[in-house]
Ligand binder design. Structure first.
Ligand code: F6P
Length: 364
């Protein structure tokens, strides 16, 4: 018997998140025996709870579907809505009653770690009540910190944007003999800062996984200055912290920074460099620009591959799967194996070693 499919997007958008939506919908339309209606959640699971949905087949009539491949931002809107850990919470029967009333048999969610956690909880609840609804996660994040996959779509385009920012900072750094610090997104993991730092010619890369010693950061800057280099470029992950803060819990770190009136680690590092070395320092924060603009060709292909593969998974008798790219192959992980886990940069990672071999300092 045909069942209906629903797809939603959540978390921070990427330049190419709609590419995966395009893949899911176009592949779903091929499964004419299994799939009836194809619905889109407006603003993720939160919007679905409020009854906000749309018929995705309407995009065919208006020829808009193909445009999704190159339209940045979440076409279906987004949300940051975490389902409760307790599967006895009344929100679960409320959601499953809505699924039943719309004849949903397949649920696809495109998002980051929190979204994969959402799909994991829904699929565990489905097992608990013997529901036959299948739940598929399509991981996306510019942070590339989803466990179990080599890469997520959006990351590659964000590396391009951050690299372009670092390239452009060299102009002023050189002309004004300054230390230019660029704060790059990545609250938990430093993949984006590490990759763009290498590509963009940073002299110092600071990431959350390698707590820094500000005196060693200043020493690197001074060493460059003494060797005749009149500027330095520092790529700073927004979530990085120093060795003292590494001994604290995140809440403590945040509280102390707020009390000191520090908005981001980068502003404090710039002030410390200026004060300790006497060299002028300036901060640039590309921020949410890293999630916008035209997606790279690599990301367009990857997002579409993820979306198509996700829709193919409905043939499998699987509960709770999440699409992945491992060793060059598009595959899938059990959500229970990856949900709630973050893929951190190991200090022994080959990319870290490459940077060190290039003479890049991690402030450690
Ligand atoms: O998770 C992706 C991300 O862009 C992080 O890199 C960043 O810290 C966070 O989202 C920002 O979230 P928001 O868009 O809610 O400010």
């Amino acid at each position: 018997m045909k069942k209906n499919l629903i797809v939603g997007q959540s978390g921070g958008p990427t330049a190419v998140i709609n590419g995966s939506l395009y893949g899911v919908v176009t592949e779903a339309m091929r499964h004419t025996e299994e799939i009836g209606e194809i619905y889109g959640m407006i603003n993720g699971i939160e919007g679905f709870l409020n009854g906000h949905m749309m018929d995705m087949r309407s995009l065919i009539e208006t020829n808009e579907l193909a445009l999704l491949r190159t339209t940045p931002g979440s076409y279906l809107g987004s949300c940051r809505y975490k389902l409760p850990e307790d599967l006895n919470d009344p929100v679960y029967p409320l959601l499953f009653n809505k699924f039943t009333s719309h004849g949903i048999g397949y649920f696809f969610y495109i998002g980051g770690n929190d979204s994969m956690d959402t799909v994991s909880k829904l699929s565990r609840y489905a097992k608990k009540i013997n529901s036959d609804i299948r739940f598929i996660g399509v991981p996306k994040t510019i942070d590339n910190d989803i466990f179990g996959t080599d890469v997520t779509f959006g990351f590659h385009t964000a590396v391009d944007i951050a690299t372009d920012a670092l390239d452009r900072l060299h102009t002023t750094a050189n002309s004004h003999s300054r230390i230019l610090l660029c704060e790059i997104m990545g609250n938990k993991a430093g993949w984006l800062t590490l990759s763009a730092g290498i590509a963009g010619g940073a002299d110092i890369i600071l990431i959350p996984e390698i707590p820094y010693d500000i005196d060693k950061v200043c020493k690197s800057v001074q060493k460059r200055s003494e060797s005749g280099k009149n500027f330095s470029i520092v790529a700073v992950a927004e979530g990085c912290f120093d060795k003292e803060e590494a001994k604290m819990k995140k809440k403590e770190r945040t509280r102390l920074r707020q009390e000191a009136g520090i908005t981001t680690a980068t502003n404090r590092i710039a002030a410390q460099i200026q004060q300790k070395t006497g060299l002028e320092a300036r901060v640039c924060v590309p921020g949410h620009m890293l999630r916008g603009g035209s997606p790279s060709a690599y990301d367009r292909v990857l997002a579409t591959q993820f979306g198509v593969y996700a829709a193919e998974l409905i043939r499998e008798e699987h509960y709770g799967m999440s699409v992945a790219k491992v060793g060059g192959t598009i595959t899938a992980n059990k959500l229970d194996d990856i949900a709630g886990k973050t893929k951190f940069v190991s200090p022994d990672d080959q990319l870290v070693q490459t940077a060190r071999n290039l003479g890049i300092s991690f402030g450690d």
